[in-house]
Design a binder for this molecule. Sequence first.
Ligand SMILES: [Zn+2]
Length: 320
Amino acid sequence: MVRWIHTHKLAGRNFWNIDTQPNSSWSWRKILDVRELVKGRFIHIVNNGEFTSMWYDIWCDFGPLADLVSTRMIYHEGSDPSFSIKDMVLANYLNWPSSWLSRFPQLAMISAPVLSLAPDVIKWRDIDGNLQDFLVHLVWETIRSKSTQVPWASDVWFSNNIPKHHFVMWLLMGEKLKTQDKLKHWKVSENQVLLCSLCEQVSESHDHLFFNCPFSLQVWNHVKNHMEFPIFSNSWKDFTLLVSPFAKRRIARNIMVKLLYAATVYSVWQERNNRLFKKKKRSVDQVYKDIYATVRLKLMTINWKKTPQTLRLKSDWKIS
Ligand SMILES: [Zn+2]
């Protein structure tokens, strides 16, 4: 335990001071970039003082004391940068040297923590400056970049969604899928024609791949048979408008239609990727059967209220 705490203290200090090397990996650089966003938000509530670094953690109103007192000054007065609060209190180091007090008068305002047997606690300072228990969703709310909610957000995300399907659907609605027309700026040779991998006839774009490709259209034709009022569009912009009415009311038919839309979009994108990168092909029928089986399985897991509408839906999908 002691060894772990010691490692933690050193790791914490090194984490803040580590340099981003030009050859370090992309993910490691991204992790290090988060430092500036979370710096100052971890607040230590001192109890037994073992888990809190005297110099590098925030446990008083003046932030990490290492921001005031240099490492050289710490060593000069016989202290040690690796000391915990407990080390410092037991060694009576909170009787600040007079040379420090004249230089940093705020040190005199720090009262020595009264140690207890309970472990120290780390709190998170949220976006409003309040201290909260450290919860991942609070941290995410604080550090994520925010923009205006798109009008179709609730069209895509709902409680019964299939996350991987709806993630692709989300990208499609925002026209963010990396179709080949978007990769033209990657300097593909002039002679290299970026054909749709499903029909191999025309160049690939969002509109073509999902709404105009003969392969996708055949898949949609199968899928539409499950919709009471089969409507369709031939562009992703119209598609966003088309999906919208189904988001308004949480009724069985709307949930089923949204699941079908997302499963179809996901399956077309999956088929495109399999053909492009794995050289694997499925027929239109196979793709449709996979969509049907996945949506039916999902519908079976939903705890429907017993209404004429849900009974009809169950009967249509052969759900007992
Ligand atoms: Zn095509």
